[in-house]
Design a binder for this molecule. Structure first.
Ligand code: HEM
Length: 445
């Protein structure tokens, strides 16, 4: 007989229950409750409850082996839906399956090779500017701009140069609006007429972005030849099972999805990578040696010459998982390792917990890239920063290629040092951001 997951008792807010605490400081409370309640527990509030799957083996069952009982993403994706519409991240069921089939070819190795030089060029440009300016800037906005420029050029190649900076500004505005909403989730419960933090400025950004993206789509439909980018792949995609391509609104949602999912994640990851490199001079020295040894050429295929850079990024994604938690909705009663999960249950899968636990890692808070040496690599059962199962990150290889190129080009151009007394703190919103930005002392190499 399967058991019902235990409900967290305390601490509990007088009105909102334990969920109040989980909302305000999810990392501390989920860690604490996992210690008290074990593999699985539920967090209640008068508005409903959520069940935390605190064991990576059970979590992988939800994401992969028992996928068909958890095909929906759950309530927490509502903010994302405002931005991305019904794209790959937010859609579900057969609709999602068709979209995934049609978008997948755009992320094949061959496609990544085609944008390799562009990623190098964009990264070098930004690194040169930062080397010239020096000082101790907050690097977070610069990486946001760089990763947005990269995903925009990958998506639209060169024909939107005049729109690219406007697109960037609007995407950034909407991203900030979504973050404001996440900080005040109770606002979702208010009537639509109630003034929300989605300001006129945000609505303007949304309408303008729609207009620009729709315009590009229309022009491409009229002149489809001669382009070699994500948009042309999406436009020519045809689902072999249904024989249909994407409508304009599907295309718009996928374009927005790639903009949002494809830049914030890698920008934040770079802040954490460079923070760790700056604060670990021994590892930095080894990386510089590896980079010097590989020479200046950086082209497709040459990334294999940088195994340490790759391990540093993997270890950084372990200590600072940019997507720190994912959600699911149970769509069919299930038995999860002897626990009864009822249809309609919201599940939280705290990726950070699996990657920081002394149960699975030696000295888990220590930055030690050598854990990822080929003969010691952690099992995918406990380390899955890009998710697992059918909904695993479609941009996984794109992101690793981009992160490696950015790390190598920055270390080639810049000496990076920590800023004494600068507070480095995590802010777990949609992605795991550095709460006060990330100031680093930069000087040309
Ligand atoms: C460090 C970088 C990144 C990390 C850690 C990351 C992580 C993840 C994770 C954990 C998921 C699964 C979410 C879930 O199961 O609910 C996901 C999905 C997704 N990611 Fe990423 N991601 C990264 C970069 C990217 C990039 C660069 C792109 C696009 C160019 C991208 C596009 C997507 C999309 C479209 C999905 C939804 C896939 C689907 O449901 O079919 N991601 N990502």
């Amino acid at each position: 007989m399967s058991r019902i997951p235990p409900a967290v008792q305390e601490p509990s807010h007088w009105l909102m229950g334990p969920a109040w605490h989980a909302q305000r400081d999810p990392i501390s409370y989920i860690t604490r409750w996992a210690g008290e309640y074990g593999d699985i527990f539920s967090i209640g509030s008068p508005l409903g409850s959520a069940t935390v799957v605190a064991d990576p083996v059970l979590a992988r069952q939800v994401l992969a082996d028992h996928y068909s009982s958890y095909v929906e993403k759950g309530r927490s994706y509502a903010v994302l839906r405002i931005l991305m519409g019904n794209g790959l991240v937010t859609s579900s069921g057969e609709f999602w399956r068709g979209q995934r089939r049609m978008t997948q070819p755009a992320f094949h190795r061959r496609r990544l090779d085609a944008i390799f030089a562009m990623m190098v060029r964009r990264s070098r440009e930004t690194a040169m500017v930062m080397a010239r300016e020096g000082g101790a800037p907050d690097i977070a906005p610069a990486f946001s701009r760089l990763t947005l420029a990269i995903i925009s050029e990958a998506m639209f190649s060169t024909d939107v140069k005049q729109d690219a900076s406007t697109v960037g500004a609007h995407v950034a505005t909407l991203n900030e609006a979504a973050l404001r909403m996440l900080r005040q989730p109770w606002r979702f419960l208010l009537p639509r007429s109630f003034p929300t933090p989605f300001t006129r400025h945000d609505y303007h950004a949304r309408t303008e972005l729609d207009r620009i993206v729709n315009n590009i789509i229309q022009q491409r439909r009229l002149n489809p030849a001669g382009h070699d980018d994500l948009l042309s792949m999406f436009l020519s995609a045809c689902d072999e099972e249904t024989g249909r391509g994407m409508t304009d609104s599907q295309l718009r949602d996928e374009v927005m999805t790639m903009f949002i999912a494809g830049h914030e994640t890698t920008a934040n990851a770079m802040c954490w990578v460079l923070h760790l490199v700056a604060t670990h001079p021994d590892v930095k020295a080894r990386m510089l040696e590896e980079i010097a040894h590989a020479g200046d050429a950086l082209d497709q295929g040459s990334l294999t010459a940088f195994p340490l850079v790759k391990m540093v990024i993997e270890e950084s994604l372990r200590l600072y998982p940019t997507i720190w938690s994912v959600g699911r909705l149970c769509t069919r009663d299930d038995d999860l390792g002897g626990w009864k999960i009822r249809k309609g249950t919201t599940l939280i899968i705290p990726i950070f917990l699996f990657q920081w636990s002394a149960k699975w890692w030696d000295n888990p808070r220590k930055f030690d890239p050598d854990r990822f040496q080929p003969d010691r690599r952690p099992s995918p059962e406990i380390y899955f920063p890009f998710g697992a199962g059918p909904r695993t990150c479609i941009g996984n290889q794109f992101a690793m290629q981009e992160l490696m190129i950015m790390t190598i080009t920055f270390l080639q151009a810049l000496d990076i040092q920590p800023v004494p007394d600068f507070p480095v703190e995590m802010d777990p919103l949609i992605t795991l951001r550095p709460k006060h930005g990330m100031r680093l002392a930069l000087s040309p190499r």
